[in-house]
Design a protein. Structure first.
Ligand SMILES: Cc1cc2nc3c(=O)[nH]c(=O)nc-3n(C[C@H](O)[C@H](O)[C@H](O)COP(=O)(O)OP(=O)(O)OC[C@H]3O[C@@H](n4cnc5c(N)ncnc54)[C@H](O)[C@@H]3O)c2cc1C
Length: 349
């Protein structure tokens, strides 16, 4: 009787983005042997900070720069990056939406300041996003909890109305009735802009939930920026993974199942299309088709403030209109979306 050779590791994680690393850390801490395979020469996926050679001494967060969830998510709350030496600075303005021929709409960390800036829609902002922000813990639990248990915060009387409000706002913003609570372009664009941080069609429930979560956190823990770049968060994850026996192999592109070493479990932190290639003929045909239809994540226009010479005009604009993140209002966003070069992240647009 022949027996199969024992697996080399318990778990292989394909992709070293923040989600792959969070999974790897969780599993390694549970005592499993974990190997992470990364196609790039550097670790961290969309949370990498690289020297792109644009200016001496300037490093770039090539994708993510502000990290509302690095403090607020249940994983990072328990992992506690600040206790591991990451200095996170939450700016006074969490996010903003540039508008034509008028100053940008700004979501300040300070709710009242935001409401004042929204004029006629100030009271509606206070009543919706403001109410959610007062119960930030519950909103985070509802959005990011395991969905198998009732969040403890839900059971306290002071939050009784928060969960229905959160659900109602997601339902409303996720349908053609979106923006109903707001009358002005400023408030509507501010909410659409924060929704557009997720990749997907608008309006949709997923993007609407993103808007509610990120909007809530914007007035709660804020949108902190780690000093030294996003890589400082990645580095804490890598250090913890290695301290628990995990390994990371870079320059290892997993094209097909044959590129994955034997393991008891394999986790894919890759784009859906890459997952379909890796799992080809191992999935039900309908699931494989669904993975291949999934929109590529880089099809969206994003703008990130930056400081090399070539975007000085951008800085002047930012200074006048306030800091900018993310997409233009939705109708323009739809027209403009386009595919990024394969494997590339936009730096300045
Ligand atoms: C321009 C831009 C700006 C953003 N700004 C922010 C922000 O400010 N704040 C924020 O919180 N989020 C931001 N995001 C989103 C954030 O970057 C992503 O949500 C996050 O990186 C997703 O993490 P992930 O681990 O799921 O995937 P990724 O970070 O994409 O990591 C996937 C990893 O898998 C690797 N990989 C893929 N295929 C294979 C394969 N076949 N074999 C081996 N390895 C493979 C990739 O090289 C990559 O390292 C931004 C995204 C973009 C595009």
């Amino acid at each position: 009787m022949s027996t199969a050779p024992p697996p080399e590791v318990d778990v292989v994680v394909v992709g070293s983005g923040p989600n792959g690393l969070a999974a790897a850390v969780t599993l390694a801490r549970a005592g499993l042997s974990v190997q992470v395979l990364e196609t790039q020469p550097t670790i961290g996926g969309g949370a990498r900070t690289l020297d792109l050679g644009l200016a001496q001494g300037v490093v770039h967060d090539i994708c993510s720069a502000a990290h509302p969830l690095a403090l607020a998510s249940p994983f990072f709350d328990a992992f506690d990056v600040r206790a591991r030496g990451v200095r996170a600075i939450a700016p006074a303005a969490s996010y903003a939406q540039p508008l034509d021929a008028q100053p940008a709409a700004i979501a300040w960390h300070d709710l009242e300041r935001t409401a004042e800036g929204l004029g006629a829609d100030g009271p509606a902002w206070r009543a919706t996003i403001g109410t959610l922000a007062r119960h930030e813990d519950l909103v985070v639990e509802l959005a990011l909890g395991d969905k198998r248990s009732v969040p403890p915060a839900l059971l306290t009387p002071r939050t009784l109305l928060t969960a229905p409000l959160f659900g109602a706002m997601i339902g409303l913003q996720g349908t053609p009735a979106w923006d109903l609570p707001f009358r002005t372009e400023r408030a509507r664009a501010l909410l659409s802009g924060v929704a557009a941080h997720a990749i997907g069609t608008m309006p949709s429930l997923a993007l609407s939930a993103t808007a509610m979560l990120l909007g809530t956190i914007g007035h709660g823990v804020g949108w902190p920026i780690p000093v030294g770049g996003s890589q400082s968060i990645v580095d804490t994850l890598v250090a913890d993974l290695r301290a628990h026996g995990g390994q990371i192999v870079t320059d290892h592109h997993v094209r097909t199942w044959r590129d994955v070493p034997p393991a008891r479990a394999v986790l894919l932190d890759t784009p859906a299309g890459a997952a379909a290639d890796i799992l080809a003929n191992r999935l039900p045909a309908s699931l494989e088709r669904a993975l291949r239809r999934f929109p590529t994540g880089m099809r969206r226009r994003r703008s990130t403030s930056c400081c090399p010479d070539r975007c000085r005009g951008g800085i002047r604009r930012s200074a006048r209109r306030g800091p900018s993140t993310s997409a233009a209002p939705v109708n323009r966003w739809r027209r403009r979306r386009r595919r990024w070069p394969p494997g590339g992240c936009p730096i300045i647009r």
